[in-house]
Each structure stands twice: as structure tokens, then as C-alpha cells.
Design a protein around this ligand. Structure first.
Ligand SMILES: [Mn+2]
Length: 548
């Protein structure tokens, strides 16, 4: 279909076993029918899910923190880089050969130190119409010898930096005396022996004889005595002089004040900077290293990520940044929560106990075999969502599907199921703040934003010993994230009941919904295990009654 990017299959935030396992299994099914799908998760794997993954030896899906487009999504490979020690001649060639208007500059260790543009180079040439002063440019004698393809006739310290100016020795001795001084580099034409000797009287650093001119022994002796270098070049004086101008290192003309980005930055955060500056390309630098470039033309239209939502359909429960992505499919078993899409999409919503039930049957409807470990994960999801078939959300379809999956996975349902639930029901290592956020889901109920968390336990007392701390944590969540109410279901798997803790207002909502005195901070709800079937619908009904 021409889509080069993979589609991510992802469950809700604070993923439960269904969200993780259905994502894994559905991504696998998509791959089996030839689509490039990757299973993902929108949060940490909980203890119960980890038990299932370990039991069936399957890796957790990749974590997606958010779907906001980032610099790395539009970053291009850098075509060319120059080092700060490279000379302007090399820089010019790099710019020309790659048809670039700018190129990043790195130091010897590959760290990004600047950027140099065509206009920096042009400006340099306009400024240097006269022979130049190399004193501040950090040009070594060796750099000069190299650039003019010189042959050293009398040696001195090649590594020494030129401290003086560059001259062409033309004219009388008097003129030379007037212009040339200590540390200079002087170009002289062939045969001008008197000029050569005059120059060497002034303690110059280097004498360059052009057109492979002859150098008499007398001149060489003068050079040795004054520690000057003599170089012979095949070039004519004009060309050699121009090339010396280009021996300046890039570091000398580059712009050190950079507008650079980091690969993890959100595009929405760099857009303003790009709009208020004028560059065509911006380097991307991570840990001081150049990793790519961002072109201003590419900024406006990054391809959105494509996602398939499993086990949820509400924006508030989806991975952060879902609005920047393109939802292409939904496979779910919850109420429709008002998601809008730009185009028609494939939706499979069934009122069953678990998304995994739907996914398993999609395999079978397509006559595709379910691998043993995938069957084990799907079974785990059904056991988890239906609390081993005890939840009122459980249907006969879930049960039949689970039995068939257990056959493929080779496990005994009751035994494996109790072990799985037990793994998830252990709260001994959990802090009250973690329990208060366990399996947290956000709901818009009438005008109220309500957060409902759920923890399943084997023994309610262990959790309720922490009730004051739990309520305190819930208060904190409610306040920081601006919820009207925070609810926590402490569900006893064995007793098949829930102790519902709540903070925020209006408490009458709880009272109305469950026909109980809710003036305290918790109520006992026998037979209640399902958030979506036994908590959210009565709350929705109560809101309608209250808001009349
Ligand atoms: Mn589910």
C-alpha cells in the first residue's frame, strides 16, 4: 500500500495484561497477513503481565512514551562535514561538490563546534583582497607548504604557526625593507637573488620561490643562519599567493554560535526557532556529536505515525500524543468514547469480556494458526480481564475461546489462572501511591473528569490497612491532574467483591450510583468486579439523574 513506516499496535496507558497481550497477538496476526506491524505499549508492564510474558517466554512490546513527531523523525543524514582544521580550499571544494550552502564543522574528536556557510567564505574573500596577516589565523608553515605543493629546500620548524604577514617581494630593496618584517612569509619570483637575500635580512619565517626557481647556495646559507625556511613551488607567484589565502583553517571563519537541535526534541518545540531564523538546514546534535541535519522544507509535513488501538478507544486513555498520529484501526471491547477520525477506519468492537477473545477469533476466522506462546498470552489476557471468568463482563464466547487457547498453549486453566492472578494480586512490594495509580483509567462522565484505578487482591485487608495513605495519594493525584474525582477499586478476587475508595466531589454521585450512604470515603460493593460494567454505567446513569 506504499506505506514505508510500520504501523504500531498499542493498548491503553497503564497497560493491563489484555492491552499488552492483545497488542502482541494482533501485531503478529497483521504480520502474518503481510503488514509491517510492531507491537507497542504505552507504559510499564505490571506484575501480572510480566508473569505471563515470563511463563510463555515472550519479550515485552516496545515502549512508546508518546507519539509526538520529533526531530529524529524528519532528520536527514549529513551529506558532508568539515573539520575545524581543514583549510578554506578544502571547504570550498566540499561545498561545491555537494552543492551545499552550508556545512557543519567538527573538532578532532567529532564534536560539533560550528557551522560554515557559503557567505562566510565569500565574505572572507572580499575582506582579504590584500595579502593577509596570518598572525591570528593559526596557519602552520606546513599548511602553507602543502597547499602550494611546495618542496622544502631549507628546513625549519614546520609545525610553527605563522605569526607575520604574507608578501610578494616585488620592487627595490628599499621597498622590501619597508614592507617585510620578522615572521613574515615572502613570495619571490625565480632569479631574483638580490630580493631573496634582502628578505632574509629581516628574519622572515619562510621564503617561497615560485616557478621552481633556482636557489643559489648563498641564499640557502642566509636562510640557515636566520632559521628561515625556503620552499620551492611549481606554481606561479599569483597562484601561490591566492592559495596561501586559502590555507586558513575553517575554524577561523566558522560561526560558533549555533542554532542546533537535539534528536528527541518535539517538532512543535523547534518550529518557532526555525520560523524566526533564516537558515535552510540545522544541525542535530546529541551529546555534542553531530547526528544529522534538519531541513526547513521538511519541517512542515512529517508523515504521522500510524497506530492500531487495541483494548481502548478513548483519547483520554490512549498513549500521549495520539492526536499527532493517525488511528487506522480499533479492536476493542469497551464503550465508544467519542474518538473522531479524519477518514473511515476499520473498527471491531464486541461486547465481550476481553480484547484477546476478539483477536483470537480473528486468527481463526482467517484460518491462521495461533502460535503456542501467543495462545498462552491471549489466554492470560482473558483470565485477567474476566478474573478467571468470575467477572460479570465474561461471556460464554470468552470461556470457549479461553478453553481452545488453553489447549494450544498446553496449560490447565484453573491452575495457571490462579497463579497468574496471584502474581498480579501481590501488593506487598507496592507503595500506596503505586496502588492508587494501578490500572488507572480516565473517564469523562457528564461534566466530570473521573479517574478510576483498580487493584485486584486475594485479601482486601492487606490493602485496606493502608487506607489513609491510599486516600492521601488519591487526593494528590486528583489535585495535580485536576480531576473531579479519583476512585480506587480494591477488588477481592476470591470474595468477588470490591471496596470502592473515593476522593473529590460530588460524593453524592457515588451515593446515587450505588444507592448507598457515600458521605464517608469508601463503600463495600459485594459482587462488583468490573469497572466498565459495574462502576462506569451506574456513575453515568447517576450523572444523568443529578444533572437533570
Ligand atoms: Mn480489556
Amino acid at each position: 500500500m506504499g506505506n514505508s513506516k510500520p504501523v504500531y499496535v498499542i493498548g491503553h496507558r497503564n497497560p493491563d495484561t489484555d492491552s499488552i497481550c492483545s497488542a502482541i497477538a494482533y501485531a503478529e496476526l497483521k504480520r502474518k497477513v503481510g503488514e509491517d506491524a510492531i507491537a507497542a505499549r504505552a507504559g510499564q508492564v505490571n506484575a501480572e503481565t510480566q508473569y505471563a510474558l515470563d511463563y510463555f517466554k515472550v519479550e515485552a512490546p516496545m515502549l512508546i512514551v508518546d507519539l509526538y513527531p520529533r526531530v529524529k523523525d524528519i532528520m536527514l543524514e549529513c551529506q558532508a562535514v568539515v573539520k575545524e582544521t581543514d583549510n578554506l580550499r578544502y571547504l570550498g571544494r566540499v561545498l561545491q561538490e555537494n552543492n551545499l550552502r552550508s556545512v557543519p564543522v567538527t573538532d578532532g574528536e567529532g564534536r560539533m563546534v560550528g557551522i560554515v556557510t557559503v557567505s562566510d567564505l565569500a565574505q572572507r574573500y572580499f575582506e582579504e583582497l590584500n595579502m593577509q596577516d596570518l598572525g591570528e589565523s593559526a596557519v602552520s608553515l606546513k599548511a602553507i607548504v602543502d597547499i602550494i605543493e611546495g618542496e622544502i629546500v631549507v628546513d625549519s620548524d614546520e609545525a610553527a604557526l605563522v605569526k607575520g604577514k604574507v608578501h610578494i617581494a616585488a620592487g627595490s630593496k628599499a621597498t622590501i625593507k619597508k614592507w617585510v618584517s620578522q615572521g613574515d612569509v615572502v613570495l619571490v619570483g625565480e632569479g631574483q637573488y638580490a630580493s631573496m637575500q634582502e628578505c632574509l635580512l629581516h628574519n622572515i619565517a619562510c621564503l617561497i620561490v615560485t616557478n621552481i626557481g633556482n636557489i643559489p647556495e648563498m641564499v640557502k646559507q642566509d636562510a640557515r643562519r636566520t632559521h628561515a625556511m625556503i620552499v620551492r613551488t611549481p606554481l606561479d607567484t599569483f597562484t601561490a599567493a591566492r592559495l596561501i589565502n586559502q590555507s586558513i583553517p575553517v575554524g577561523h571563519i566558522m560561526q560558533k554560535k549555533l542554532t542546533a537541535f537535539q534528536s528527541h526534541q518535539r517538532l512543535s518545540d523547534i518550529r518557532g526557532t526555525i520560523e524566526s531564523s533564516k537558515f535552510r538546514n540545522y544541525p542535530v546534535v546529541d551529546n555534542e556529536r553531530l547526528v544529522g541535519i534538519v531541513s526547513r522544507d521538511k519541517l512542515m509535513l512529517p508523515d504521522p505515525e500510524r497506530v492500531i488501538l487495541v483494548d481502548h478507544n478513548e483519547r483520554g486513555q490512549a498513549v500521549e500524543g495520539i492526536e499527532s498520529a493517525k488511528v487506522v484501526e480499533i479492536v476493542d471491547h469497551h464503550r465508544l468514547g467519542g474518538m473522531q477520525t479524519g477518514e473511515p477506519i476499520y473498527i471491531r468492537e464486541e461486547p465481550v469480556g476481553c480484547t484477546a477473545t476478539i483477536v483470537a477469533n480473528m486468527y481463526w476466522q482467517k484460518n491462521i494458526e495461533i502460535a503456542k506462546e501467543v495462545a498462552g498470552l491471549l489466554l492470560s489476557a482473558i483470565i485477567s480481564d474476566t478474573v478467571l471468568f468470575k467477572s460479570p463482563t465474561c461471556t460464554g464466547y470468552d470461556k470457549i475461546t479461553a478453553e481452545r487457547l488453553a489447549g494450544i498453549a498446553g496449560v490447565e486453566i484453573q491452575e495457571y489462572g490462579m497463579a497468574l492472578l496471584k502474581a498480579g494480586a501481590s501488593i506487598s512490594d507496592m507503595k500506596p501511591a503505586e496502588i492508587a495509580k494501578n490500572d488507572m483509567k480516565e473517564f469523562q462522565i457528564g461534566d466530570y473528569r473521573v479517574l478510576v484505578s483498580q487493584i485486584s487482591v486475594m485479601d482486601t485487608q492487606e490493602a485496606l490497612k493502608m487506607k489513609p495513605e491510599l486516600l492521601e495519594s488519591m487526593q494528590a493525584i486528583c489535585a495535580t491532574d485536576n480531576f473531579d474525582m479519583c476512585l480506587l477499586m480494591v477488588t477481592d478476587i476470591l470474595q468477588e467483591s470490591t471496596e470502592l475508595l473515593y476522593v473529590g466531589s460530588p460524593k453524592t454521585l457515588i451515593g446515587q450510583a450505588f444507592m448507598k450512604d457515600a458521605s464517608g470515603d469508601s463503600i463495600y460493593l459485594p459482587g462488583v468486579m468490573s469497572r466498565k460494567k459495574q462502576i462506569i454505567p451506574p456513575l453515568t446513569e447517576a450523572v444523568k439523574r443529578l444533572q437533570k
